[in-house]
Write a new protein. Structure first.
Length: 137
């Protein structure tokens, strides 16, 4: 995105209603911003710890070389399921990081697609979301 397009996009966002307070053109108050920042960081830490634990389990399962082929197959199947979960966690961590960047940029709470405010209920439930409910589907 060019600098001009990014600036124009930010200007359009600032003219819209704030997703939490409802005020037109107003940014979220500092307390609200810090609350979202804290929630995002806490969630990120939780996901990182869970992902680390699952990756350790995958490693343990794959290193366990039982002579019984059924046990090996079961371990590999379990490892594949755990790996899929860690990929989901990696995607969530990326969303959290992008949300923290949007907080810094002043675009947090606005849809990345249509630039409308994200519904406050949605934002409070899923603070890492970058889309309003209309653009999610």
């Amino acid at each position: 995105m060019t600098h001009e397009a990014k600036f124009a996009s930010k200007e359009a966002v600032q003219r819209r209603r704030d997703p939490v307070s409802g005020a037109r053109g107003a940014a979220m108050d500092p307390e609200t911003i810090e609350g979202f920042r804290r929630r995002l960081r806490d969630r990120g830490e939780l996901v990182r710890r869970r992902r680390h634990g699952m990756l350790s389990e995958v490693e343990d399962l794959l290193q366990n070389h039982e002579p019984d082929w059924e046990d090996v197959a079961a371990d590999r199947s379990a490892a594949a399921r755990l790996e899929a979960l860690t990929e989901k966690d990696a995607r969530e961590l990326a969303q959290i990081q992008r949300s923290l960047e949007r907080l810094d940029e002043g675009t947090f709470g606005y849809c990345a697609v249509c630039h409308a405010p994200i519904e406050s209920e949605r934002l409070r439930a899923i603070p890492q979301t970058d889309r309003c409910s209309g653009c999610t589907h």
